[in-house]
Design a protein around this ligand. Structure first.
Ligand code: RP5
Length: 172
């Protein structure tokens, strides 16, 4: 299962991260998660799944995620953003949530509905929008790096490049 869109570095081998999003309209943000995982060589699958619009698919995907070899789920959703919470209810895998910057409330609705989980069903919620999408990927990579030397090396390289870029910044 898992419709994989256009093949990229992340789709070439057994995916270990499952990126899901509530709508194709979330892709402009969630592509930053995919691009960051690509840069680190972490294989993933990506799919649009809505907790509200496709509840049966949500159940099927969530209950099969671990069996299919995924290790971490990253869920992006906006508005009444229940995707990450429902995913966390269905899978024993760690679920990272990325709140979309919604048009009407600038993502505060997404953030609050994602972060305010009841005790017993955790979702690790990240910042609204692109920073959260990037950081969710980096966090997932940091967890995978605990047992994967090549991801550790890629993550170290990413951070070194980031440090150099900021330190070398020239102001006008
Ligand atoms: C949520 O509703 C999605 O995650 C998306 O952020 C928001 C709006 O979806 P569309 O109406 O653009 O499909 O479920």
């Amino acid at each position: 299962m898992g419709q994989k869109s256009s093949p990229g570095a992340g789709d070439s081998v057994q995916p270990v991260v499952g990126i899901i999003m509530g709508s194709a309209s979330d892709w402009d943000t969630m592509r930053h998660t995919a691009e960051t995982l690509d840069a680190l060589g972490v294989p993933y699958e990506k799919r649009v799944i809505s907790a509200h619009r496709t509840p049966h698919l949500m159940y099927e995907w969530g209950t099969s995620a671990a069996k299919r070899g995924l290790k971490i789920v990253i869920a992006g959703a906006g508005g009444a953003a229940h995707l990450a919470g429902v995913a966390a209810a269905l899978t024993p895998l760690p679920v990272l949530g990325v709140p979309m910057e919604s048009a009407s409330l600038k993502g505060l609705d997404s953030l609050l509905s994602m972060v305010q989980m009841p005790g017993g069903v955790p979702v690790a919620t990240f910042a609204i929008g692109k920073p959260g999408a990037v950081n969710a990927a980096l966090f997932a990579a940091a967890v995978l790096a605990l047992e994967n030397a090549s991801v550790r090396k890629a993550l170290d390289g990413y951070r070194a490049a980031q440090e150099k870029k900021v330190a070398d910044t020239k102001l006008p």
